[in-house]
Design a protein around this ligand. Structure first.
Ligand code: BTN
Length: 238
């Protein structure tokens, strides 16, 4: 594991090195990256930001399940370490509910596929995880965010890291033995399923309807369509 006081982005460093079973942690990221080409900003010393490089050992057609599996692992690790009731929003946001029932994002995951440095014909997964641990209300980069501390947890970044890393190993092992159990667990735990949602698709199209489930590839089923990527907004409870 390498720990950087400051890094532009742990995903960027991890992807450059591309060494399986390595972990890059940053105390502070100056150019953290989010999904859909967004940025991921957190004040120094408040968030757990790290990237793990793994050889998932999956057939290409099972790679789309990785983001869902990682979300389950991060949720497990955070629940164990911080004792807060995190919920999953498809594909891999972790949410916490405020006392008034509104959902706020507490963690995000960015997965990238990179060629292994040892054998460029072999793909590795860079699993970037950002968890808002100690941010106070005034530190929040956006009002739709929250932190474990705001939810009342006193867990440290180290404790959350120690909860998430083994959970990641466990869920990756489960995925390697077949997608069935991971998909089934995700279907049960994902709070998007059964809700009315609007999906902002990468081509700019908007799709509104009830999220009825997942297909075998982890795509969200909305109004009879299977959606593989996009930004989901929970409109209201089903
Ligand atoms: C998202 O929800 O949009 C994904 C956010 C992922 C942020 C993490 S922080 C550690 C790693 N390094 C990055 O640059 N991004 C990921």
């Amino acid at each position: 594991m390498t720990l950087h006081e400051t890094a532009a982005s742990t995903n960027q460093l991890a992807a450059q090195a591309a060494v399986a079973d390595s972990i890059v942690v940053a105390d502070h990221q100056t150019a953290g990256r989010g999904r859909l080409d967004r940025s991921w900003d957190t004040p120094a010393g408040t968030a757990l930001t790290f990237s793990a490089v793994v050889d998932p050992g999956l057939a290409d057609h099972d790679w789309p399940l990785l983001p869902l599996a990682v979300a389950l692992a991060v949720a497990d690790g955070v629940r164990r370490a911080a004792e807060v009731p995190v919920e999953l929003k498809w594909p891999n946001d972790l949410l916490l509910r405020s006392p008034d029932g509104h959902e706020h994002k507490v963690a995000g995951i960015l997965l990238e596929r990179v060629p292994s440095a040892a054998d460029p014909s072999h793909p590795l997964a860079v699993i970037g995880i950002g968890i808002n641990v100690g941010l106070r209300s005034e530190d929040l980069p956006v009002q739709t965010a929250t932190s474990l501390a705001i939810a009342g947890s006193g867990a440290s970044r180290t404790e959350v890291f120690a909860g998430v890393v083994p959970a990641l190993a466990t869920v990756l092992d489960a995925l390697r033995s077949g997608p069935g159990a991971v998909l089934e667990r995700y279907r049960t735990e994902c709070s998007t399923i059964g809700r009315e949602v609007t999906v902002h698709l990468p081509d700019g199209e908007e799709l509104t309807g009830t999220a009825t489930g997942l297909d075998r590839n982890g795509r969200l089923l909305v109004g009879g369509r299977a959606v593989g990527a996009g930004d989901v907004v929970h409109v209201r409870p089903a």
